[in-house]
Design a protein around this ligand. Structure first.
Ligand code: C5P
Length: 198
């Protein structure tokens, strides 16, 4: 079965948690596409060359989850040739047999506009910064400033800016317990499968 769940949204909105849970529930493969951009940013040197030569070892680094890696990722992600170098791999993954969940910023708009389910997961910047701060610690004001700066860069770039696809279902997780957000996402996938089978 070819079936894609595209999950987009700003940093720390819950995309990864929801994506992993949906993938586990349906036995789909899961790709955290942010990791690709984090690995390109962390590799150093020319970002376009880094994207073209990205390998498993680059993705296995243990320093990709830091705030600095997030900022570096968002800078290289604004370079059109970097995005172009990562496009085919993501598209193949999205349409691979057995079903796939991809989370990122442009999955429903650019990578897989034909996705069977498109979710846009969002939350207030204060809630997202608080979650990120619980993960990484440090100065909470600084974490909030970095979240806001990264959102602005991701939404304002010319190539594949972060935005909800017109047909995306928006889930705001600001005041939503994580299990409820996951249940909502699962319900949308079940409805889509039922429509395809009916
Ligand atoms: O999701 P994550 O925080 O790991 O993403 C890091 C950065 O990678 C984002 O801020 C964004 O600039 C970039 N990104 C992107 N397109 C994607 C996934 C991530 O531009 N599909």
């Amino acid at each position: 079965m070819i079936f894609t769940v595209a999950i987009d949204g700003p940093a720390a909105a819950g995309k990864g948690t929801i994506g992993r849970a949906v993938a586990a529930r349906f036995g789909f493969a899961h790709l955290d596409t942010g990791l690709l951009y984090r690995a390109v940013g962390a590799k150093g040197g020319d970002p376009v060359t880094a994207a073209r030569t990205l390998c498993d070892a680059d993705l296995a680094r243990d320093d990709l989850r830091t705030l600095a890696a997030g900022q570096a990722a968002s800078q290289v992600a604004a370079i059109p040739d970097v995005r172009a170098a990562l496009l085919a791999f993501q598209r193949r993954f999205a349409r691979s047999p057995g079903g796939a969940v991809l989370d990122g910023r442009d999955i429903g708009t650019v990578i897989c506009p034909e996705a069977e389910v498109k979710l846009y997961i969002t939350a207030s910047s204060a809630a997202r910064a608080h979650r990120r701060w619980l993960e990484v610690g440090g100065d909470a004001t600084q974490v909030l400033a970095e979240v806001i700066e990264r959102d602005a860069r991701d939404m304002g770039r010319a190539d594949a800016p972060l935005r909800a696809a017109e047909d995306a279902i928006v889930i705001d997780t600001t005041d939503l317990p994580v299990d409820v957000a996951i249940a909502l996402a699962v319900q949308h996938v079940l409805q889509s499968i039922a429509r395809l089978n009916g």
